[in-house]
Design a protein around this ligand. Sequence first.
Ligand SMILES: [Zn+2]
Length: 158
Amino acid sequence: MVQVQEEIVIFVHLVSNTQILHMMITKTKAKAKLDKALSDYVRKSNADENGIVNCFTCTARKSWKQVDNGHFITRGKMSTRWLYKPEEGLVNTMPQCKRCNGFLGGQQFVFAKRLDHIYGKGTADKILLMSNQTVKFSIAELQEMTAHYNELFRNLRN
Ligand SMILES: [Zn+2]
């Protein structure tokens, strides 16, 4: 009897671990889809009628398809990972050339200066504070944001 109970306990653990693992995978995929949707929208919506964007930190002009969606605060901080509200002056992502975003490590200081210049003094500090808050998005919320940015992207002129 004791043996059977132990086996049941082990079985229940296995099932719940599998469910947790499944949810983690689903969430990771949902985050990746949102990353892609926001990246497409941010890069293309900042392009001119010829599809050219200025790198946010060095102003190099490139096709929106050749640049990254660069972050001021690292993508590791969930509360600001998808923060893109230009109308509210809160923007943590902007098109960035691969040199600035990769080789030059993101150019965070320049990024901050540019944010303050465009959206007003103190903007970078405000985003930095927001990045340290704990915000947990549900899978449904991530999917909702993805659908929102995909729709905005579809509505952009070509
Ligand atoms: Zn650049």
